[in-house]
Design a binder for this molecule. Structure first.
Ligand code: FES
Length: 108
């Protein structure tokens, strides 16, 4: 158990097929939830660090999310900014699957 986080149910795992993403709201955080083609789950802040855009309105290609506004790119596994004009990394959140539910670890 990760005691640094409150675990919150944010979705049913079956509702988000591999290669898809979903915007979720958890503990006051706007979060982008990613189910990658390899079956792994990742979560980052959904708000681009460059200006203001929701990343889930952009394009997911492998492990890269491209911002819909100025095409900044981030690695969804690490939150790292990988393409200009994005320079600041995204916050990332731990994800686990529990009895078919997607659980997100939100900082206490
Ligand atoms: S708001 Fe995302 S790259 Fe500018």
């Amino acid at each position: 158990m990760n005691e640094a986080a409150n675990w919150v149910r944010v979705a049913a795992a079956d509702d988000i097929p591999p290669g898809e993403m979903q915007a979720v709201d958890a503990g006051g955080h706007q979060v982008a939830l990613f189910h990658l083609e390899d079956g792994t789950w990742h979560a980052t802040s959904n708000i681009c660090t460059h200006a203001f855009a929701l990343l889930t309105d952009g394009w997911l290609d492998g492990t890269t999310i491209e911002c819909p506004l100025h095409a900044g790119r981030f690695d969804v596994c690490t939150g790292k900014a990988t393409g200009a004009p994005a320079e600041e990394d995204l916050a990332v959140f731990p994800v686990r699957i529990e009895a078919g539910a997607v659980m997100l670890g939100v900082p206490k």
